[in-house]
Write a protein that binds this ligand. Structure first.
Ligand code: AMP
Ligand code: TRP
Length: 337
């Protein structure tokens, strides 16, 4: 039986998605379609603008949306069940963002850990940081509650944002009445995947990522660069799988070979080169049907555009209802009788 609650998640259109996106978020987007009646998945293009500083970057948005949506469809998002759309195609979200910004204290926004990281990444200062970047979590809250969503599948890095979303909702409801439910994060069993460097979270910006849609050879080449146990200098040294990110990924891509790899690695029976070959094979097998489906969707002329247009229409209808209710509760229009 499916539950009446709504699910919402968004991701910045960063182009082809990587193993971190899939293991941390996308596989839950897919799974939740079975558990809940209504799921909305959104390419948040306006969020992408918060850190963009050039026309070269914004020129890639359309292509990046397409690549990301192709990954979502290939992973199993079903546009007949789920509403798949682009944030700016439902402009009501900007109205809600402005209205929520009236009840969100600056202090809450300045304390968000990802805010400080992004300011640093952009090499901005308190003086030069764009106003839109400060409001990033307010826009994210607007995304979710415009649809009164309660379940939000995301990776671990998004938890501070969701905490803030709940605070904004509580504040709004206290001031203007119980309009919104409080959204809760839904994590996967692997809410934080490390990159090929074995140090930082896998991300495109760090270029430590492995794309789902990569070819088998590209995958093998990328896996080959992965950092393993730094203390294992020679092939004959025993390895320590518990500190090795290649071993961690075997949990997901070679679950039936875990014991064997552990034994062989700690006994120096297998070297890192062979171990990585095994991982690349595991990843390639895991995503082989995904890659086939992706090619098929990509070859259908106008298909992605059609999915997104339908999604925007369905999302827009819900959004208009919420905005009416919000404006009434905030005294911006007479209550409908
Ligand atoms: P982003 O590409 O940063 O917009 O992220 C899209 C979704 O993937 C969000 O729900 C993130 O939390 C999730 N995600 C991104 N990178 C990782 C990672 N390395 N491990 C787990 N989840 C991730
Ligand atoms: N902040 C999220 C990220 O960087 C993207 C996002 C925007 C989002 N709006 C959202 C995620 C609403 C979940 C719900 O990945």
């Amino acid at each position: 039986m499916t539950l009446p609650k709504r699910v919402f998640s968004g991701a910045r259109p960063s182009g082809r998605q990587h193993l971190g996106n899939y293991m941390g978020a996308i596989r839950n987007y897919v799974a939740l379609q079975e558990e809940f009646d209504e799921c909305l998945y959104c390419a948040v293009d306006v969020h992408a603008l918060t850190t963009m500083t050039s026309k070269e970057e914004t020129g890639e948005i359309q292509q990046n949306i397409r690549e990301m949506v192709l990954d979502w469809l290939a992973a199993g998002l079903n546009p007949e069940k789920s509403i798949i759309f682009v944030q700016s195609h439902v402009p009501e979200v900007m109205t809600l963002h402005t209205l929520l910004s009236m009840v969100t204290p600056m202090g809450w926004l300045m304390r968000v850990p990802t805010f400080k990281d992004k300011v640093r990444q952009m090499e901005a200062t308190d003086e030069s940081v764009p106003y839109g970047l400060v409001g990033y979590p307010v826009l994210m809250t607007a995304d979710i509650i415009l649809y009164k969503a309660e379940v939000v599948p995301v990776g671990e890095d998004q938890l501070p944002h969701l905490e803030l979303s709940r605070e904004i909702v509580r504040r709004f409801n206290n001031l203007f009445g119980p309009v919104f439910p409080e959204p809760q994060a839904r994590l996967t069993e692997s809410p934080m995947i490390l990159g090929t460097d074995g140090q930082a979270k896998m991300s495109k910006t760090m270029n430590n990522h492995i794309e789902l849609a990569a070819t088998e050879d590209e995958t093998a080449a990328k896996v080959k660069t992965m950092v393993t146990d730094p203390q294992r200098a020679r092939r004959t040294d025993p390895g320590r799988p518990w500190v090795c990110n290649v071993y961690k990924l075997h949990h997901w891509f070679n679950p039936d070979k875990l014991d064997e790899v552990y034994r062989e690695c700690t006994a120096a029976g297998i070297g890192c080169v062979d171990d990585k070959k095994l991982l690349a094979e595991g990843v390639n097998t895991y995503f082989s049907e995904f890659r086939e489906r992706r090619r098929e969707f990509a070859s259908r002329d106008g298909y992605v555009e059609e999915v997104l247009l339908d999604g925007a229409n369905r999302a827009g209808a819900i959004a208009k209802e919420t905005i009416r209710e919000v404006e009434e509760s905030m005294g911006l229009r007479l209550k409908a009788r």
